[in-house]
Every structure is written in C-alpha cells, then in structure tokens.
Design a protein around this ligand. Sequence first.
Ligand code: TRP
Length: 332
Amino acid sequence: MGKKTILSGIQATGNLTLGNYLGAIQNWVKMQDEYDCYYMIADLHSLTVRNDPEVLRKRAMQVLAIYVASGLDPEKNTIFLQSQVDAHVKLNWILNCYTYMGELNRMTQFKDKSAKHADNINSGLFTYPVLMASDILVYNADLVPVGEDQRQHLEITRDIAERFNAIYGQTFVIPEAFIGEQGARIMGLQDPTAKMSKSATNLNDVIFLNDSPEDIRKKLKKAVTDSENCVRYDKENKPGVSNLMTIYGLIEGKSMDEVEKEFEGKGYGDFKNKTAEVVVKKLQPLQEKYYDLLENPEKLKEIYESGAKKAQKKANKIVNEVYQKVGLIINS
Ligand code: TRP
C-alpha cells in the first residue's frame, strides 16, 4: 500500500507566529517520512482581503522560508505556491457549481470575517471554503492537518466530495481532518481565551517567529497569568498559565503533569523566564536558516518551482478526470 497523502497550507497574510509553528509546522515536520506531503502557501486565499502587492509577494517568500527553516525538506515534501498550480482554480470553478449558498451561509468564519471587514465582503470571502475544498480534493488528500477553526471547512469539503462522488461515481477521496492534540492550540499571551493570531493588533499578544530574543523575553514577561502563583494546568480557570505550559511542554516534549512537577513550588517569574529561554533556544537556529534563505531568493525559487511542477503533475490528473466526468472536452 502506498503512503497516505497529506495536504495543508497557511495563508501568506501576516507574519507567522509561534502558534503556527507549534500548532502546525512542527507537526508537519514529524510527518514528512511517513506520508506523501503537500504543503502550500495559500496566496490565493490571501486575496480575500486587500494587500499591498509587494508585501504579499514578500510574505509568500517568508512563509516558504519558514517552512524550510523549520525542517520541511523540499526533497521529501512538495512545497509550493497555491497560485502556481492552476488545477486548484480549475477545480474551484467546478466545485462552486456543486456547493449550495445555504451551506456557505452557515460558515462561522465567513460570518466572523465579514463582521471584521464590513467594507469588503467580497464573494471570494464567501466562496473561500470552496477553494479550500479544491486545494484538498485536487490531490485526493487523505488527511488534512488543520486547527480547530478550520474544522467546519473540512466538513464542507467532505460534503462536496461526497455529493460529487454520488453523482459521477468514485472520484474524490473523502479527506479527514487531522486536528492535533488539544494542547497544540496556542492562545494569545494577552488574551489567552483567543487563538494566537498573526493579525492581532496588540503585538504583545503574539510571538512572531522572527521576533528577537529580547522581544520574546519581554512579551513572555508581560504574558497574562493569574493571582494563584502556582504552575498548574487548568484551561478553564487559568488560561494564561495553561497556555504558557502548553508552549513549554510542546517545546520540551513534556506532558502537562511533568511541567507541573518541574515547577512545583516555583513562582511565575521563574516559570516565565524558563519558558522564554526554551522559546529563544528553539527559534534561534530556525531564524538563522530563515534569514539565510531570505538572502538567497534563487534557492527559494528553485524550491517553489520544483514544488509546483510536482504538484501540477498530480493535480492535473485529477482535474482531467473531473473535466471528463462533468462533460468538458479535454484539450490534450
Ligand atoms: N484556510 C486555511 C487557514 O486559514 C488555509 C488553507 C487554505 C488550508 N487552503 C487549505 C488549510 C487547504 C488546509 C488545507 O488556516
């Protein structure tokens, strides 16, 4: 039996955060030997909000550099820019015709995003989940590692795939969401009840992957805790401390029990310092590689060009099959 296929991606909007790394990319790195992995930079999805074109291009290269600097091997994985594999948008159109307005109307992310961008509720924002379904189905991905906030988009992807299969016969693999353990969701440092977000307005809420050691220490020192002064995991009542424990535990490979034991009798000051040190130590080599890569655009180009080629090969096959099934004439 062949390897299972994985696909995931991160938008090219904003700087990547410690949450992206610990919650997503670090796990991807662990899967690269066992699975056939496709990791893209979702630059088309980034267009649902307004961007400065130069900044968007820069961000795309930054995300690519972070992927590689984090240890995703471009030889083992197919790493590419979504916009460079036409098959995604070809399938997107077709799948739009098999997705109901009512289904899209139920998407909570659409409701949240249109509340946030009331001046720009474009139809791309509305059909965003259909492009995401296309990203996934065009590789027949078995597993899709995503955060909890994307679960609904995975469900609509499955519904669209099942609907298509029911009409045209077995075409798409029905993908499963691959949602990491509870702990893999990193929350904001200032508001630990909301996910750490690269678009946060309060910069102290977020550790960016390219933050300097001083900034990392400062932000962790300021992180919201509680008045108990006891390092104990209790997400409900101690969301701030629990979040810091999650960060510490994920980096050190320790369970919450082990972290509790380690800091027994110690105060938040000690705990925050120690957490800052492990974060800094973890990010230092990553940042070195990241800046090296950014200074080497030729190398980055080589990676995304060969990634797009590999991705296209697989995606074109599936799009052709779909074209055939729905009654289009393939120009070979
Ligand atoms: N919507 C995802 C996010 O914002 C990014 C994304 C786009 C994605 N296409 C995807 C994730 C396909 C997984 C699979 O996080």
